[in-house]
Design a binder for this molecule. Sequence first.
Ligand code: OSB
Ligand code: MG
Length: 383
Amino acid sequence: MSSDAPLSPVPLYQGIRIESAELRIVSLPLLTPFVISSGTMTAKTLPLLVLKGEGIEGVAEAVMDPAPDYLEETIAGAMTFLREVLLPQIVGKRFASPYDLQPVLSPWRGNRMAKAVVEMAFWDLWAKSLGLPLQAALGGTGDHVDVGVSLGIAPVETTLERVGAALEQGYKRTKLKIAQGHDVRIVEAVRTEYPDIKLTVDANTDYGLADLPVLQMLDDFGLDYIEQPLAHDDIHDHAKVQRSLRTAICLDESIRSASDARKALETGAARVINIKVGRVGGFAEARAIHDTCAAFGVPVWCGGMLESGIGRAHNIHLATLANFTKPGDTSSASRYFERDITNEALEAHNGEMPVPRQGPGIGVTLDRAYLATVTDHAEEVTA
Ligand code: OSB
Ligand code: MG
C-alpha cells in the first residue's frame, strides 16, 4: 500500500553541544599507604572533569599522578594542557559521537592520560544522551566483572595477612607488587602458604636484562603472569626476557596504543596485556587494544590506578567486553577510601564487581556535597 501523504523526514541527529567543562583537582586520603617499586602513595589526587551539554553531565577522572613516577604525565602538565588546549577546542562545539573527538585529540603527541579524561567524559555524556549504560554503548555484556586485589609492597607477615583477607573476601586473583630485593622471598612465602591460588606479580619496571636470573627464579612459582618487569618504554627487551621464561609476561606501562600492542604481540614480548582506559587515551584506543589482543588470541584484563568511584565505574563497564577474560584490579573502593565521591558504593562480593546501573552512562553519580569538601581546586571552561 502506498500513501499519497509525503514522508515525514526523520529528524537529523544533532549530536551534543558541549556547553561548558568543570575541571577539579580532588584529593582523597588513602586508608593505608600504597607502596610500589616506583613510589609510595598516601593520598589519591585526581583531576576530575565534568562535561556539560544538552542538560546532561558526563564525568571522568584522569589517572596521572602529581609526579611522573608511573608514566611521564603529571597532574600539573595535564591541567595546563586541558585548560589551555583541549577544553577550549571542544567547549562550544557539537560532537555526534566520541569518535568525532579524534580530530581534536590525535594531532597532539602523547599525553594520553589527559586525552583519555576528555574522551571518557564524553562517552559518559553520549551514552546518557542515548539512554544507554556505558557498557552497552561500548559493546560489553553481563552484570558483573571478575576482580582480584593488587597488594602494595609490605613486610612478609603483613603481606600474608592481606592475602588471607583478600581470599576470605573471595577475590579471584592476588597480585603482589615486587621490587628489587623484595621479590623471591615474598613470592615464596605466599606460595608456600597458598600453593593453589591464582597469583601474579607486578614489578612496575624495576628490573633490567641483567636481572634475568631473578626473573627466572620467579618462574618456578606457577605465577599466572609477571607484570611489567622492564622499562616503561621498552617492548624489545621484554621479548628477550619472555623467550627465557615459561611464565607469561603481562605488559602495562609499555602499552599506550593498539600499535604498541601489535608490536608486543608480534615480537612475543607479552602473552597477556593489562588495559587501563585512562592510560591509553580513552575507550576508542582501549577497544582497539582489546580487539588486537583478541585477534592474536591473547587475553586482556582491566588494570586500575586507585581510582575513585568515577574511574572505577568506567573501568567496570570496559571490563565487560568479551576478551577481558582474566580478573581485573577493580576491587572494592572501601579497601582504599574511608568515603568515596560517588553516591553509590562500588563493592565486590565474592570477587564479582557489579556493573553500576544507577541510570545510563557510567551508572554512578557524584556526591556533590562531599566532593566540595575534598576539592583542592575548581575551575570552569566556557565557550
Ligand atoms: O601498575 O597496576 C599498576 C596503582 C598505581 C600505579 C600503578 C599500578 C597500580 C595498581 C593498583 O596496581 C590497582 C588498583 O587500582 O587497585
Ligand atoms: Mg601494573
